[in-house]
Design a protein around this ligand. Sequence first.
Ligand code: HAM
Length: 412
Amino acid sequence: MQIQRIKGFADILYPESALYAHLENTARTLFSLYMYKEIRIPLVEYTELFVRGIGTSTDVVQKEMYTFEDKKSRSITLRPEATAGIVRAYIEHNLQGLTRVFTMGPMFRYERPQKGRMRQFHQINCECIGAEEPIVDAEIIAMLLHFLQELGITDITLLLNSLGCTQCRPQYKIRLLEYLHSVEHMLCPTCQARMKHNPLRVLDCKEKECVEHTTHAPHITEHLCTPCNEHFTHVTQMLHDMDISYKIEPRLVRGLDYYSRTTFEVISNNIGAQSSIAGGGRYDTLIGEIGGKPTPAIGFACGMERLILLLNELSSSKITYYIASLCPQAQSHALRIAKELRKRGIEVELSCGVISMKHCMKYAGKYAQYCILLGEEELAQEKCSIKDMSTGTQEMISFDMCVEYCVQQSNR
Ligand code: HAM
């Protein structure tokens, strides 16, 4: 029986693979302008890191992790996100001072696959560790939007919230729970359970009844302590000063437990139900909680699958030169010309073996800008025919002049 790929895991073939490379290249170039350096972390960590980092009451930890025992019966997990691993590396390598890092690669969550939601998906992830000033929040959000703009993704909304801190959030939770108890019987069973472990997550429920019956729930932004309120006001003021539009969304609680203060998400209306293309926020207590010296931090991750749904196909780029050997003796000449052109930075595709003129015209017409024809007639005169596939004009050029001629054509 034929072996097939696992549900929720994709093979990424060309031309889609070129879109992934385009995202990665754009990210590398852009993040370097903001002094973010690349970090590469393992795909697998001890399960405890994610349990302690992401939180036991989250869907990710409760239902979505790919967890196994290794040969020594230690519990290990395929990373469902990158922040916990980066923070582990930050502590383990005793990185000091302000650390700005980015990473990209596959993450794994056992969710129900649908458009824009995979079990193996890819994230581009940035973290700024070691600063609590609001300017850092404003800058990282601006960097995310700059990245999306570079990709030509414009029809988006930035949602913003503050989740307060260990001082003000417990007070808010009490208020929220009071409210939720009054509507408890109308909430879905999952939200009724969430009320016990993580009441804020009720605000994130997509069930129609839950959304309806929590519209009048108290807003966390109205219950922030003075330092959190000042922090949030500064962040929003700085975004305003940079002409960045945003919508304050008090229901934005995020699905991972480590967040405090600023949280944000970028959503798109053009990719269906899985509309969140990026999300992030502050996690000022996480590093202390998993064994490091208490250090404030903020970061975000973009979902590459969702960005790709929004990217227009890269303009279908044709190969510059197709070299066709029309007789067996032409093949060595074809190889030599190809080598010289590639040395000059020009893309070349060789015909695989000897092909007919008819086949050559059909193929080059579709995929190439120019075609170099090497047949018996050309070889007898020590020349090649070069055809411009868009205009149909053809010239015979001597072998000596061929490479120079091609370089000039492709520089036009
Ligand atoms: P997250 O909101 O869980 O945050 O994921 C970030 C983005 O990853 C989402 O907005 C979405 O685009 C994409 N994503 C998540 N799950 C899937 C999936 N199953 N299939 C396809 N795309 C998906 C985090 O992961 C945090 N670590 C972000 C962060 C970094 N916060 C601070 N630093």
